[in-house]
Design a binder for this molecule. Structure first.
Ligand code: ZN
Length: 123
């Protein structure tokens, strides 16, 4: 049988409950009683089905897994933000290269260099 859901001790035993063919499980330490059933096996199964606090080790392990997940998720989000920024910069550089190529083609075709082509507005 599982440990007592109230005190956590492993001292529970099947016992007769008031009524015909009535059995329960009682904790010898804190006297908690389980559900009444019509057989010892039924009473023990009902005792085992009672909700229990997860033991401290299981809770700690779960907290550690959660913390690791949160850290990994944060790192992933940061990496995605950096990747988006790099993509944006690459797109800008590509657009700039296309514009420079276009300007170079115009200049080689006409042989003219206009102040505006060089980004100069006054001369
Ligand atoms: Zn108990």
């Amino acid at each position: 049988m599982d440990r007592c859901p109230a005190c956590g001790e492993d001292e529970a035993y099947p016992a007769l409950a008031p009524g015909p063919s009535a059995y329960t499980v009682i904790c010898a330490v804190c006297r908690m009683r389980g559900p009444v059933r019509d057989s010892v096996v039924g009473a023990e199964e009902a005792w085992d089905d009672l909700p229990r606090r997860k033991d401290a080790e299981a809770q700690k392990a779960r907290a550690e897994r959660l913390a690791a997940y949160v850290r990994a998720d944060l790192a992933r989000r940061k990496a995605e933000a950096v990747a988006r920024a790099l993509e944006g910069a690459a797109g800008y550089r590509e657009a700039d290269r296309v514009a420079q190529d276009a300007l170079a083609r115009v200049l080689s075709a006409t042989g003219d260099i206009l102040p505006g082509d060089l980004g100069e507005t006054s001369q």
